[in-house]
Write a protein that binds this ligand. Structure first.
Ligand SMILES: Nc1ncnc2c1ncn2[C@@H]1O[C@H](COP(=O)(O)OP(=O)(O)OP(=O)(O)O)[C@@H](O)[C@H]1O
Length: 577
């Protein structure tokens, strides 16, 4: 999974990657050449008292060092740049995948997990790419080059590498194998902390009102402590690596000096070669250490890659058709034919065998007790979810055969819990139609009974709206959401309990103002309040997901017991008549 992500996203950075490889090779070769020159300075310059040789070779070493530094700088620059671009591209890919998710996929992953996957998980892989390009590319070249150079200086002493390197690799391997499951748990726990944090921030008012601060703090502390425990265990393992490596390095240095000293003593080796051997040994062990750091980052990146791939490989349940049908004439006739809907994993359907036709110029209302399936029904019309049986049709074409953008263009949806975005009143209204003029926005506000309060806000149309619309009241948010739908002038208006937060007078004024605007449109209204829908051309009564009555108010009062009960729970006999 990790390799697939890396291949897909690094392919377009071939040029910079080649530069990293070239400059890393140059800097490693320069680094490997220096100990040999140093050995020459000792054996040929100092031992033989040749000051001129020491100066010349010293100057040569200085020049090589400058080359090494410059090559390293270029390699790091391109390595870091590529890693950052890789991260940006991967985040963009996840974002665009998630954007296509339907309610089902969003519910399955959950917002906090999707956010962690797009940020923290991407960061883990980005870190791997960064470390690989900045440090790891040089490790194998240094290791191989170091062995070659060591063999050139003294074959017998190089035999030490056959012991030291496997010991180091074995010790590191044991630690890394134990780290992998810990990293997996850590990512899941980051999700958990995010989830609680998000819930607590969103629901802070409820928590305070029910004096649950203490309980919530404890809930957060549990998740937080669990994350800490795993992080500490992983940290302990990781820190145990360094003393171990230092021990192995120091013991090997002692061994080189011990055996090398014996060889110098017996005249088989020169002092300069011994110094060079020590440096090469260090360089080789350092490259193993660098590779081991990669293995520390690798397990975490693998876990993250799995989590990201899970998102990227998820096919949205609501998918655009391969060959979308172009409707000849768009009028906005909404039809449900034998529609049933069951939530994934649920035993019973939420909607059962619903037939309904909503036509332009008419208001079709849906009423029913809470949980009777009204919102679910409305969500099926613009394909926020797909019916599990039966058909939803717009102008005679199955919504599943229509191009998604063309389909969504038909609707002005005012959801039950309207959401406003960070920006201004105007920017929120223009989500309805980008090129709407200020006059059109004002007209929409007028219809939605929102003009007065918007004008009272500092800045009017340019008044700021905070994330989620939390700086306006629930009723004001509903009216702005209605205005947003009106700005669009859609073929079909879908009002999902959109008048519930309005007082009776505003509700009535709003409906009266909407009437001329929606005269030629199809209007589907979900409501709990009888007064909101009693004038509708057709009222559909839902009970436990099935239609138990349909007709106008007067008829239903005679024919539908469920409707009568709802009405009489809100109005007196005289008011209901
Ligand atoms: N994501 C979901 N997964 C499983 N069941 C769900 C989900 N969303 C809603 N339901 C169930 O589906 C049923 C219908 O819900 P729906 O929101 O359509 O009702 P409603 O009539 O709009 O209610 P209200 O008037 O309270 O908004 C309810 O019983 C609810 O528990």
């Amino acid at each position: 999974m990790l390799s697939a992500i890396l291949r897909r996203h690094l392919a377009r950075h071939r040029g910079p990657l080649a530069l990293v490889l070239i400059f890393q090779t140059v800097q490693v070769l320069a680094n490997l050449y220096l100990p040999t020159l140093n050995a020459d300075v000792i054996d040929r310059g100092i031992a033989q008292g040749d000051t001129g040789y020491v100066m010349r070779t010293g100057g040569w070493m200085l020049a090589i060092t400058v080359v090494q530094i410059l090559a390293n700088l270029v390699a790091i620059y391109y390595g870091a740049r590529t890693a950052m671009r890789f991260g940006r591209d991967l985040r963009a890919e996840i974002f665009s995948t998630v954007e296509d998710f339907a309610a089902e996929e969003l519910g399955r992953f959950g917002a906090p997990s999707l956010i962690t996957r797009t940020t923290n998980d991407v960061q883990q892989i980005q870190m791997l790419v960064f470390m690989t390009l900045v440090m790891m590319v040089s490790a194998p070249i240094t290791a191989v080059g170091g062995v070659v150079m060591a063999l050139r200086h003294d074959v017998a002493l190089s035999g030490l590498l056959l012991v030291v390197v496997p010991v180091l690799v074995g010790c590191l391997g044991l630690i890394i194998v134990r780290l992998h499951p810990l990293f997996r748990r850590m990512q899941v726990q980051v999700d958990g902390v995010n989830q609680i944090l998000r819930e607590q921030i969103t629901g802070v008012r409820v928590i305070r009102a029910f004096v649950k601060d203490q309980a919530e703090q404890e809930r957060f502390a549990v998740a937080n402590d669990e994350l800490r425990d795993v992080a500490v265990t992983a940290g302990r393992l990781m820190t145990s690596m360094f003393p171990l490596i230092m021990l192995i390095m120091n013991v090997s240095t002692v061994a080189v000096i011990w055996f090398g000293g014996l060889r110098v003593d017996s005249g088989d080796m020169q002092v300069g070669d011994l110094v060079a051997m020590m440096t090469y040994l260090m360089q080789i062990l350092m490259s193993v250490l660098m590779a081991s750091m990669m293995f520390m980052v690798l397990p975490r990146a693998q876990v993250s890659a799995e989590r990201i791939s899970e998102v990227l490989s998820t096919q949205p349940t609501v998918r655009a058709p391969a060959e979308p049908v172009r409707p000849v004439e768009r009028r906005g006739v909404v039809e449900l034919r034998g529609v049933s809907f069951t939530f994934p994993g649920a035993d019973d359907p939420v909607l059962r065998d619903i037939d309904l036709v909503a036509r332009p110029g008419r208001t079709t209302a849906i009423i029913g007790s809470t949980g009777s399936g009204k919102t679910t029904l409305v969500n099926l019309i613009p394909r926020l979810m797909d019916a599990t049986a039966g058909q939803v049709l717009i102008d005679g074409v199955d919504v599943r055969d229509l191009d998604l953008d063309a389909l969504w263009e038909c609707f002005g949806l005012v959801p039950q819990r309207p959401y406003l975005f960070t920006g201004t009143v105007a920017s929120n209204l223009r989500l309805g139609r980008e090129d709407a003029t200020e006059d059109e926005l004002r007209a929409a506000l007028e219809i939605a009974q929102a003009r007065e309060f918007v004008e009272a806000m500092e800045g009017g149309l340019d008044a700021p709206i905070t994330q989620g619309g939390t700086n306006v009241s629930g009723g004001q948010r509903q009216r702005l959401a209605i205005a947003r739908a009106v700005v669009r002038r859609p073929l079909v208006y879908l009002f999902d309990d959109s008048f519930s937060a309005l007082d009776y007078a505003t509700d009535a004024a709003l409906r009266a103002a909407l009437r001329p605007t929606t005269r030629e449109s199809t209007v589907v209204v979900v409501a709990q309040r009888v007064n909101t829908i009693r004038d509708a051309d057709e009222i559909i009564v839902l009970d436990e997901g099935a239609v138990v009555g349909r007709g106008r108010h007067g008829e239903l009062m005679q024919t539908c017991e469920t409707y009568r009960e709802i009405v009489l729970s809100q109005l007196s006999e005289e008011e209901a008549a």
